[in-house]
Design a protein around this ligand. Sequence first.
Ligand SMILES: [Zn+2]
Ligand SMILES: [Zn+2]
Ligand SMILES: [Zn+2]
Ligand SMILES: [Zn+2]
Length: 148
Amino acid sequence: MSDCHAASQAERKSVIYVTISPTDSDVFYPTLDLCTSCGHGHKLEENHEYIYKDEVDDDLICHICLQPLIRPLDTPCGHTYCQECLTNFLLESDFCPVCRTPLMLQSCRKPSLLVHKLLDKLTVACPFNEFCMETLPRGEMEDHIKGR
Ligand SMILES: [Zn+2]
Ligand SMILES: [Zn+2]
Ligand SMILES: [Zn+2]
Ligand SMILES: [Zn+2]
């Protein structure tokens, strides 16, 4: 039992070591490439990051990460979460985090086009704010970044 615990701690340490370079600790994302969709340095399996400029309707908030939904999934019990958030949550649990109804990922579906449209319309700031002061709809961020 204690051996197992030590092993998992060592693993965690090595993950931190590869993502943060100790000599460049004041550089924002020293070793990660910037995501071409959102312009932030995050891991492939993590949600895109955006700088939201307006208050976002509570219906569009994921109740796991408490951020506006990214790649949303509807549960049969009527709740909506980011696909990444729900996938991670269901690795260790088998119920809806809000209402605790038993839940399987396979039974979740993408929400209607309307939800995607509302999310794409959220106003976000360009992440390269040292050079660019633009704010734009979230859905246009990928093109904006690629057009740089
Ligand atoms: Zn991203
Ligand atoms: Zn989320
Ligand atoms: Zn639920
Ligand atoms: Zn920009």
